[in-house]
Design a protein around this ligand. Structure first.
Ligand code: ATP
Ligand code: MG
Length: 553
């Protein structure tokens, strides 16, 4: 879809595998752990996995990686499914690693019988000490040479609940001197007397990630198992289990996870923001979650476009969050309905406009879309314009309103500022202006040329709305790299609420699905907090990259 597609080394790998006949079609999977909401980093993985199977033929499974009973929840399962669908992808099968618990258990027994796994009574501290260091080889556990019979009996007893949490573990018997630390007799099973969101109390032994993930891939005939770079050291073990069990040889490939500037991405940290009430919830529009981006007004198209543009790399990097904003701006420019809203009102009285008269002026909904219609905008004697669009002592290049100066009101008339009205304290309370009747947009015969065009709202018909403006949630560009606790870098001004802004009446019909451009103010969308009495709008993004401008100064 995007003409600015970034490089993707995995496309070449898949294309080659199909060309050489290694596979007839491919199977990928997206394997979230249901312990939080999906974020923009997950979106990248989703676009990559689903994108490859769409491009090359094949399919993608959604597999919940639910092997850790204590942190997982069905609330997360629902939100994850919802977010993937919203992004525009359909999975072939909805699967759960927990559905494979019996198969995984049976395979563990196979490895015990082959003399490739043993039950270890060592404590976790002892096991850690046995592991050695990257430069010093490990030492064998005193339980390493248990007989097959004893291991079978003990593993069965572990499963039957005879032992407490941590009392025993099952370990693969590989090589305590292996140069890859992950190959030094890694854990396969641990005891956890915990309720699981799907299997209930059936199990009290749970497989470790390394013994669950590759085997789940193999069960599903996944051809390309794509994960992030931190799994490179797990790759040897991934292949070792598959080889020893003689099961479908899924292949693991690693790519660089998405890191965004001014953003934290780890679910653990996002959960802290939610639980500590630093944000209003997982879908607070300042969060990097899919649900928050949706609420903020991002479109699926813009997120997919962003993921394509950044490409798929083999090395970690930090992507400028401005690029995400660029993608959404680009899409919203094409689809947003144009409306006028005054955020910071200054009253204008047109002294030569008849009192009590209202005329309806047409305004196009979207100049970028030939098929879009128009709406009627009421115009009358009393209007609001933006405070910042008037200056009493304006510099030469100020093309907005100033005493004696003329501007055009969008879709309406040219007006001239005749008088500045002030209260006893000297504050400007309103402007008295005149309008040029022959200058009506569309039938302008005035011959007057003005440099500035302002947005405005007719006072009597103005719809009061609440507007929420967002800035970056963090002040540090590379939050993960910043000193101290990440929460110390929260931006205290990330949310600005304008309780009463004035909108043209057409916005009464606003829907959650529609996107809007408030002229000269940015892109906005209706927030679900809206009630019949008060509509609330979120600013998705400004019209230009204000930050780029800031940093140039
Ligand atoms: P986090 O570190 O944010 O908690 P996670 O890796 O624990 O994320 P999972 O639910 O295990 O989250 O991730 C599901 C899939 O999404 C995995 O394949 C993982 O590699 C991928 N993924 C997670 N974070 C990112 C990211 N920032 N960029 C790209 N892919 C990601
Ligand atoms: Mg994970």
């Amino acid at each position: 879809m995007s003409d600015n597609k970034g490089p993707n080394f995995l496309e070449e790998i898949v294309a080659n595998d199909l060309k050489t006949g290694k596979y007839k079609s491919i199977v990928t999977r997206f394997p979230p752990e249901p312990n939080g909401y999906l974020h923009i980093g997950h979106a990248k993985s989703i676009c990559l996995n689903f994108g490859l199977s769409q491009e090359f033929g094949g399919y993608t499974n959604l597999r919940f990686d639910d092997t850790n009973p204590t942190t997982e929840d069905t609330e997360y399962v629902q939100s994850i499914k919802n977010d993937i669908r919203w992004l525009g992808f359909n999975w072939q099968h909805e699967l759960y690693a927990s559905d494979y618990f019996q198969q995984l258990y049976d395979w563990a027994v196979v490895l015990i019988r082959k003399g490739l796994a043993y039950v270890d009574d060592s404590t976790s501290e002892e096991i850690a000490a046995q592991k050695g260091t990257p430069t010093r080889s490990g030492t064998n556990s005193p339980f390493r040479d248990r007989s097959v019979e004893e291991n079978l009996r003990l593993f069965q007893e572990m499963k039957e609940g005879k032992y407490r949490d941590g009392e025993k573990v099952l370990r693969a018997k590989i090589d305590m001197a292996h140069q890859n630390m992950h190959m030094r007799d890694p854990l396969m099973y641990r005891i956890k007397h915990a309720h699981h969101h799907r299997t209930g109390d059936t199990w009290c032994v749970y497989p470790m990630y390394d013994f669950a993930h590759g085997q789940s891939d193999a069960i599903e005939n996944v051809t390309h198992s794509i994960c992030t770079l931190e799994f490179i050291p797990h790759r040897d073990l991934y292949y070792w289990f598959i080889e020893q069990l003689g099961i479908f040889p899924s292949q693991q490939y690693e790519f660089a996870r998405l890191n965004l500037s001014y953003t934290v991405m780890s679910k653990r940290k996002l959960l802290q923001l939610v639980n500590g009430r630093y944000v209003s919830g997982w879908d607070d529009p300042r969060m990097p979650t899919i649900s928050a981006l949706r609420r903020r007004g991002y479109t699926p198209e813009s997120i997919r476009d962003f993921c394509e543009r950044i490409g798929v790399a083999r090395r970690e990097n930090l992507i400028d969050v401005g690029l995400l904003e660029f993608s959404v701006r680009d899409h919203l420019n094409k689809v947003a309905q144009r409306r006028m809203v005054v955020l910071d009102p200054l009253k204008v009285v047109l002294t030569n406009y008849p009192e009590g008269e209202v005329e309806m002026l047409p305004g196009e909904d979207n100049p970028e879309d030939a098929n879009s219609g128009s709406r009627d905008i009421p115009f009358s004697r009393e209007l609001y314009i933006e405070q910042e669009d008037f200056m009493e002592n304006a510099p030469k290049k100020f093309f907005r309103l100033a005493p004696g100066q003329m501007v055009r009101l969008k879709h309406a008339y040219i007006i001239k500022c005749e008088e500045v009205v002030k209260d006893a304290q000297g504050n400007i309370t309103e402007l008295h202006c005149t309008y040029v009747p022959e200058s009506r947009s569309g039938s302008d015969t005035s011959g007057i040329n003005v440099k500035g065009t302002l947005h405005w709202v007719s006072a009597a018909q103005a719809l009061p709305i609440e507007v929420r403006l967002y800035d970056r949630l963090f002040m540090h560009e590379d939050v993960a790299d910043a000193e101290g606790d990440f929460k110390e870098h929260l931006n205290p001004d990330s949310l600005q609420v304008i309780e009463t802004a004035y909108a043209e009446p057409a916005l009464k019909e606003a829907t959650l699905e529609e996107r809007y451009q408030f002229l000269r103010k940015g892109y906005f969308t209706l927030d679900p907090d809206s009630t019949a009495d008060k509509l609330v709008f979120n600013r998705t993004v400004g019209l230009r990259d204000m930050w780029a401008k800031e940093s140039k100064k």
